[in-house]
Ligand binder design. Structure first.
Ligand code: BGC
Length: 739
């Protein structure tokens, strides 16, 4: 008895001495405590400092100052430096030349691949395939980790409903649920089961929070949303990333309710730490502590650092605010030592979890780097992922697929020969020279049997239309024309907002003139945002949305164009008719005056329809599917609800194909108004021609829950409509009542 009490006391003793962590063992916690006891305040602040290296195209150089900072323990993390040997040298300085030998953590934006580039995240989300999204992230992690990296600034989980915002390309689009499942897949892919596995990297859920709600789609602009939209729309993918075990969070540039995210105690401490119980560390976005001065919430850098530290920011990216001010702020009792210790402990825990204290060079092996980057397997996975990301928006008279026996094909548009534009923004170490262009992909698929003529037509941007007559002449002689149109890759991504989302330059005019030849016109689009295609939709026989498809994009496009693979992608974001409809998204509210053409005083435009050109969830394939009548049963007990829904789906066409069967709900009456549709589940169903399958879904109370009038999260009894189909306009309906 006495003995067991003693053991209990000892155990409790350890617990009170060392904080608990999901990242570390009790022994590691003790090692952290011992290490921190030896650290000066300046060294602690060093752990809270992240600097970029000066890596450029000709090779990396680290500014002398940074080398000195590493040596003196003033920086604990470096980003934008990569390759096993380069980072080994920096790590060597940190481990062998600093007083305490604490290893550095190396971060980089490995967003959709390191060297093998996968489709941009918006394109990957168009596959609705969480299994491949996870696998793609796993490969990206494998390559990054082999190149000396420990940490990726991804996934970007910002819900984005404004096509003008250039960063819509980086996330999973407009929907909360699709955003959540993609967030989970990507975090699990990057981090694997265990960060100690040297082929994984720690992920970073960014940008916390509501960055996607920038007013008018202008990057870095003000965000002004209600606590309700914040919690119902913008935060859930972050919470899912956290539940999937994400190790770090990045703050956003924007303000939320008047307080910039990097100084926002409500977001970083009340919600992230206290409500959600986040364990891991919070890094800022690039110089976003400094930017609180122009935001107008602090007068100088010292105040900015104080606000950030007290709000809950653990690491300062590139701003040198902690570096220059935090020691004084602690000495002056403006930031507590406990706060600094908390941040340092979180950072050291992640370094422990990565195994860096066991072997700081475990990510710096040249042989591993050689064997694991841009391998045949990875390239094949990138090709498969690209195929799955393509969305067939239009296909009149089954223009696609083209027969490989085609004799004469005209390929038009400078994007057709661009390798660089296959990559899209945030392509890490991806190289244009490694990419297969659309033209090369087509030529490879057709071999020598067909005459393929290429002409630029018009440039992507600018007013030069002099190439149109030659393109038209080539089209007249061809059996089909493929026009590769869209945006250059630099036209989306960070700091790449646009007020005009039509096809830039004279591309629409080119397409219209090609159409006038009578030769079938297939438009292949490369772009990172929804485009307004109203000007060309009637002048194309087929439209294939290819996003920026990555390394093997040209082959993937050819796989679809010539029917080796049937398209299966579905839009993860609404395509408006015109920029004037923005913001436009499927899960809008009904309003008190829903559209009624017979009544002038209802919610509509004088000059434009309310409907988008292509709705969320939409995408065609080479076969057709029919949906039976859905059936639902409700099982309800005192504390649980299960709704089982089933529907028959039949492939009614002549080819095998994949359908993304989508389930939406509508809560008809709530204590606050509810959206007209909310995606709650989907399934990918592969069916042979003529095959039928009963697809089953199961919903729980959580799927019916929302932020009620009193701000509590939960379900309300009442009637729900359930819609199932192949896009957000699904018409097959079944209704249930929850008591
Ligand atoms: C971007 C982040 C990125 C960081 C580091 C910032 O400008 O907003 O998404 O992770 O730079 O490259």
């Amino acid at each position: 008895m006495y003995k067991s009490i003693l053991i209990l006391l000892l155990v409790l003793g350890i617990h009170t001495l060392e904080a608990q962590s999901r990242w570390t063992t009790a022994a590691e916690e003790k090692a952290i405590t011992d290490l921190m006891a030896q650290m000066t305040l300046a060294e602690k602040v060093g752990q809270m400092t992240l600097f970029t290296s000066d890596w450029d195209q000709t090779g990396p150089t680290l500014r002398e100052g940074y080398r000195e900072d590493i040596k003196t323990g003033k920086v604990g993390a470096i980003f934008n430096a990569h390759t096993a040997d380069y980072n080994r040298e920096l790590q060597r300085i940190s481990v062998e030349e600093t007083r305490l030998g604490i290893p550095l953590i190396f971060g980089y934006d490995v967003v959709h691949g390191y060297r093998t580039i996968f489709p941009i995240p918006l394109g990957e989300a168009a596959s609705w395939n969480v299994v491949s999204a996870q696998e793609n992230a796993r490969i990206a992690a494998r390559e990054a980790a082999s190149a000396g990296l420990h940490w990726t600034f991804a996934p970007m989980v910002d819900v984005a409903r404004d096509a003008r915002w250039g960063r819509v390309m980086e996330g999973a689009g407009e929907d909360v649920y699709l955003g959540q499942v993609m967030a989970r897949a990507r975090v699990k892919g990057f981090q694997g089961d265990d960060l100690a596995d040297p082929f994984t990297v720690v992920a970073c859920a960014k940008h916390f929070a509501a960055y996607g709600a920038a007013q008018a789609g202008r990057d870095y602009h003000t965000v002004d949303i209600s606590e309700r939209s914040l919690r119902e729309i913008y935060l859930p993918p972050f919470k899912t990333a956290l539940d999937a075990g994400v190790g770090t969070f990045m703050t956003s540039f924007n303000e939320v309710d008047g307080v910039p995210a990097s100084g926002n105690h409500h977001l970083l401490t009340d919600i992230l730490r206290n409500e959600w119980g986040f364990e891991g560390f919070v890094v800022t976005d690039y110089t976003s502590i400094n930017e609180m001065i122009p935001h107008g919430i602090v007068a100088n850098e010292a105040e900015a650092g104080e606000l950030a530290a007290n709000a809950g920011v653990d690491m300062d990216m590139q701003g040198a605010i902690y570096y220059n001010n935090l020691v004084d702020q602690v000495a002056n009792d403006l930031v507590s030592l406990e706060r600094v210790d908390e941040a340092v402990r979180e950072i050291l825990r992640i370094k422990y979890a990565l195994g860096l204290f066991d072997d700081p060079y475990r990510y710096n092996d040249l042989e591993r780097q050689r064997d694991n980057i841009f391998t045949a397997d990875h390239i094949a996975a990138a090709r498969a992922a690209a195929r799955e990301s393509l969305v067939l928006l239009k296909n009149d008279q089954q223009t696609l697929p083209l027969a490989k026996t085609i004799k004469k094909l005209a390929v038009i548009g400078p994007l057709a020969i661009s390798q660089e534009d296959m990559l899209g923004a945030w392509h890490a170490d991806g190289r244009g020279a490694n990419c297969v262009s659309v033209l090369s992909g087509i030529q490879e698929a057709l071999g020598k049997g067909a005459a393929v003529t290429y002409l630029p037509g018009v440039p992507v941007v600018g007013d030069d239309a002099t190439g149109i007559p030659a393109a038209v002449a080539a089209a007249k002689l061809a059996d089909a024309v493929i026009v590769v149109a869209g945006e250059n890759w630099t036209m989306s991504g960070e700091a790449a907002s646009r007020t005009d989302i039509n096809l830039p330059g004279r591309q629409a005019e080119l397409i219209r003139q090609l159409h006038a030849t009578g030769t079938p016109v297939i438009v292949v689009l490369l772009n990172g945002r929804p485009l307004a295609l109203t000007d060309i939709v009637d002048y194309a026989d087929a439209i294939l949305e290819a996003w920026y498809p990555g390394t093997a994009g040209g082959q993937a496009i050819a796989d679809i164009v010539f029917g080796d693979y049937a398209p299966a992608g579905k839009l993860p974001i609404t395509f408006p008719r015109s920029v004037g409809q923005i913001p436009i998204y499927y899960n809008m509210k009904n309003t008190g005056r829903p559209l009624d053409f017979a009544n002038k005083y209802t919610s509509k435009y004088l000059d434009e329809s309310n409907d988008p050109l292509f709705p969320f969830g939409f995408g065609l394939t080479y076969t057709t599917f029919s949906f039976g009548t859905p059936e639902a049963t409700v099982e309800q007990s005192r504390d649980s609800v299960t709704i089982s829904v089933s529907i028959d789906v039949t492939n009614t066409g002549k080819r095998a194909g994949r359908e993304v069967v989508q389930l939406y709900i509508r809560d008809l009456v709530g204590s606050v108004t509810r959206p007209v549709r909310e995606l709650k589940a989907f399934q990918l169903v592969d069916l042979a021609a003529g095959e039928r399958q009963t697809v089953q879904f199961s919903l729980t109370a959580e799927d019916l829950s929302f932020l009620r009038r009193d701000m509590s999260w939960g379900m309300e009894p009442g009637a729900f409509d359930i819609f199932i189909g192949n896009d957000s306009r699904a018409t097959q309906r079944v209704s249930v009542v929850i008591e």
